[in-house]
Design a protein around this ligand. Structure first.
Ligand SMILES: [Fe+2]
Length: 459
């Protein structure tokens, strides 16, 4: 298939770095390209940057929903990103092209291109053909059209995709500028395979045909939980780039550079130290705060699943779990407890005295599969304070920690949020049953140097 022009959306990177990457693409005879100076949504929102289009951010996007991505407003970064994709489509159309390739600046070409057969199988009615999308849970099932070709259901990731002239017109004819949402969500809505009917009602065009390869031919350099330009401002990300070059082979068990480890795995909001700003207190002395990044949670689950799980380590309240000790994480986690949880707990509980100068912890990863050990009865912990970290909200339904005395269920929707509460006497609690999927958490029984029976236990 002949590609007329490549558009690269660039907000941050050095153009030469992008040009070097473009030269690795196996496009016969090369291809004209244009590196678009992307809309910086943060600056547009603050009035520092002029709007390129008259537009309105969708005010209907935020709804009350168990999926946390629907629970918040469209971020300025997402607005800027969506408008930049739209601008590429408009340029391609106005310049009269038949087929364009749109790339995001941090694309990584994996070294392989979709086969000739796949392009031959692509139906003539195609509007969009994505080389890097990822499927999401959905009732809208994909249609498999070939070994490496699907008509997509609900999916995300627009790192690299082709748009036909027909598709460009369909995108430009949509009501997108009056309803700007992140463009990963816009395309499935235009295609009628979004999971939200309100999004489909806004955008659906039955002529828009969205196809994708089954393989991912492109990856991305940035890590969404740490340096995504749609989540954080370019200034923040640029600073990260300067201070801590991104290492692709970074490993959760490698703490040889603690600052680097912390920058990658500890939520930047907690590191900023604005405890009042980042804390929810759903019940007295139950504090919910962002502790870890998504990268930490994903890697810890992966690590946990590489080990045989134990059952019934605790005599009276058996859980399916593994000590972080067994995963090789004991010292690293104790460092997290002392460097990041300890100052936060001292601040929240107004703790005094040198017995809080160094904390011990017994920490373990627990899983609650809905069809096995899905809950844990009400109990006290044998600790001074306890933290519980949510590793995979969105991956299960039900679950959460219930405090009967306060009639309070704590079940944060964001990945990496921690719940901190006093360990014994006042905050009896249990784990609500998981009703589908598997819930993963990390629990820490934390003790100070005064604690009797120094090895903490649950009873
Ligand atoms: Fe507990």
């Amino acid at each position: 298939m002949k590609i007329d022009k490549i558009y690269v959306i660039n907000l941050l990177r050095d153009n030469q770095h992008i040009i070097d990457k473009l030269e690795t693409l196996p496009i016969e005879g090369g291809c004209e390209y244009f590196i678009l100076d992307a809309t910086n949504g943060w600056k547009v929102a603050s009035g520092e940057e002029k709007k390129k289009f008259n537009f309105k951010v969708a005010d209907w996007w935020k709804i009350d929903h168990e999926h946390n991505f629907y629970n918040r407003e469209v971020t300025p970064g997402e607005m800027g990103c969506g408008l930049s994709h739209y601008e590429c489509v408009k340029l391609g159309y106005d310049e009269g092209h038949e087929t364009i390739l749109i790339l995001e600046e941090d694309f990584i070409y994996n070294g392989e291109w979709p086969s000739k057969e796949t392009f031959e199988q692509l139906p003539d009615d195609w509007s969009m053909f994505n080389f890097a999308r990822r499927g999401l849970w959905s009732e809208n099932e994909e249609q498999v059209l070939g070994d490496d070709l699907v008509r997509v259901g609900y999916s995300y990731n627009n790192q690299a995709y082709l748009v036909s002239r027909k598709g460009m017109k369909e995108i430009l004819d949509s009501d997108y500028l009056n309803n700007v949402i992140v463009n990963d969500e816009f395309y499935p809505a235009l295609h009628g395979t979004h999971d939200r009917q309100d999004a489909i009602d806004k955008f659906y065009n039955p002529n828009f045909r969205y196809y994708a390869t089954r393989k991912e031919y492109f990856g991305q350099e940035s890590n969404p939980s740490r340096d995504s330009l749609t989540e954080f401002t370019p200034e923040y990300v640029r600073e990260l780039d300067t201070n801590t070059p991104y290492k692709r082979d970074f490993n959760i068990l490698d703490d040889s550079n603690w600052e680097e480890w912390s920058n990658r795995y500890i939520n930047p909001q907690l590191m900023n130290g604005e405890f009042d700003l980042i804390t929810d207190e759903p019940a007295p002395h139950v504090y919910v705060f962002p502790l870890f990044t998504k990268a930490f949670c994903d890697e810890l689950i992966e690590l946990g699943e590489q080990q045989e799980w134990t059952h019934g380590r605790h005599a009276f309240y058996p859980t399916t779990d593994n000590l972080l000790d067994v995963l090789g994480m004991k010292n690293i986690y104790n460092r997290v407890v002392n460097d990041y949880v300890r100052p936060y707990a001292i601040d929240r509980f107004e703790l005094e005295g040198d017995t809080w100068d160094h904390l011990s912890d017994e920490s373990f990863i627990i899983k609650y599969p809905f069809d096995e050990q899905a809950h844990l009865g009400v109990h006290h912990d044998f600790s001074n304070i306890t933290t519980l970290v949510n590793l995979n909200p969105g991956g299960f339904t039900g679950g959460g920690t219930y405090f009967p005395k306060y009639k309070c269920l704590v079940n944060p929707k964001e990945i990496g949020m921690a719940t901190l509460h006093p360990g014994n006497i006042t905050h009896k609690h249990g784990a609500r049953p998981t009703t589908s999927g598997t819930r993963y958490v990390v629990v820490s029984f934390i003790t100070n140097s005064d604690h009797k029976g120094f090895e903490p236990k649950q009873y």
